[in-house]
Design a protein around this ligand. Structure first.
Ligand SMILES: [Zn+2]
Length: 356
């Protein structure tokens, strides 16, 4: 989302009433994007392109709007188009690179940023990201691959073959269990990368308490002795994120995303409420964003709260609530509207009463 903010600052200034020219429609589009109206913005950029099909700024805007609406293929095409018209359009490179990376095309993402550096050799965002991605690519160079039905598993060298097989087995079972419970499966084959603990911290820059990560790929540290139940727990957790992402690629509050992951990592085990005894609840509204910056104590509390709140959602709305809620979000509704339609109580009321 950092990137969206950067793009919005590209918006041009000055706006006469009733856009007519491509520049005016483009202006209107950026204003709509800034206000969070991605659908309206998409229409404005379409108008701009109707007037001038070769406007790089309109094409960049169309790409940004498509991305915000979860239309990744369209976004990729628009951004590539903008770059064909104006290779020095760094904002388009930044977003296109991010999208390719997110879609697990690491080499493609690196190529876009390398190309962009030719016009903007001092751009800090480009150089920092490129350095991190090259480091990741270097780690992956020594990796082997194993293909399971619904997963591609990357791991380091032949010694990890038994671990990779076990991971494939766990994931295939979890695929049917969790997918069946939510009523949806990941959209594509999910890339899975198994790291040593050191590689995992280095590549993901995750906080010490993180046991895995989903960012378009499932990344899991498996170094040292591996407890099979812990492996199953971590893989189920990250696979849940992959399924949620397949249904709604943006706009899902963190507490709901993590709550589902915790509920599905557990099988039939009850939620451990112990962290709740030590501290007052963190307001759920504060758990709508990433947990990355939380201390390990707060993180423990945040995960338990998220699981309990998510369980409450399911109790209130029934077994299909989660599917309905996520598809509502994906259709472009605000979270408040999506929530009220699926759960049948206002989100504001839920925030106040969920813990009672
Ligand atoms: Zn998680």
């Amino acid at each position: 989302m950092l990137l969206a903010a950067t793009l919005l600052s590209v918006a041009l200034s000055g706006q006469a009433a009733g856009p007519r020219t491509a520049v005016q429609w483009t202006d209107a589009g950026w204003q709509a994007l800034r206000a969070g109206h991605a659908d309206e913005a998409a229409r404005d950029f379409d108008e701009a392109l109707r007037v001038d099909a070769r406007s790089p700024m309109a094409m960049l805007g169309a790409g940004a709007a498509a991305q915000l609406r979860g239309k990744t293929d369209e976004a990729r095409q628009d951004l590539a188009g903008a770059l064909r018209l104006q290779p020095s359009l760094t904002a388009a490179s930044l977003l296109l690179g991010e999208i390719l990376y997110r879609e697990a095309d690491l080499q493609g993402a690196i190529a876009v940023y390398e190309q962009a550096l030719i016009s903007a050799p001092t751009d800090r965002q480009l150089t920092a990201k490129l350095e991190a991605w090259r480091r990741e690519a270097a780690v992956h160079d020594s990796f082997s691959q194993r293909i399971a039905s619904h997963f591609t598993i990357m791991f380091e060298g032949p010694p990890d073959q038994p671990v990779a097989s076990r991971v494939a087995e766990i994931l295939e079972a979890a695929y049917w269990r969790i997918g069946g419970a939510i009523g949806a499966y990941p959209r594509d084959v999910v890339p899975v990368i198994l790291y040593s603990k050191e590689q995992f911290r280095d590549v993901t820059q995750s906080p010490g308490w993180a046991g895995g990560l989903f960012d378009g790929r499932i990344r899991v540290p498996v170094g040292g002795t591996i407890d099979d139940r812990e492996l199953e727990r971590v893989l189920s957790h990250e696979l849940t994120h992959a399924i949620v992402y397949g249904l709604a690629s943006r706009g899902v509050p963190q507490w709901l995303n993590e709550g589902l992951a915790v509920l599905f990592e557990r099988g039939a085990v009850a939620i451990d409420r112990a962290p709740l005894a030590d501290a007052p609840l963190i307001p759920l509204s504060r758990l709508e964003r990433s947990f990355q910056s939380l201390s390990s104590t707060d993180a423990r509390l945040a995960y338990v709260e998220s699981a309990l709140a998510t369980q409450k959602v399911i109790d209130l709305g029934g077994p299909t609530t989660i599917y309905n809620l996520l598809t509502n979000i994906a259709s472009g509704m605000t979270f408040e509207t999506a929530f009220e339609r699926a759960v049948l109580i206002p989100y504001a009321e839920f925030l106040k009463t969920w813990a009672e």
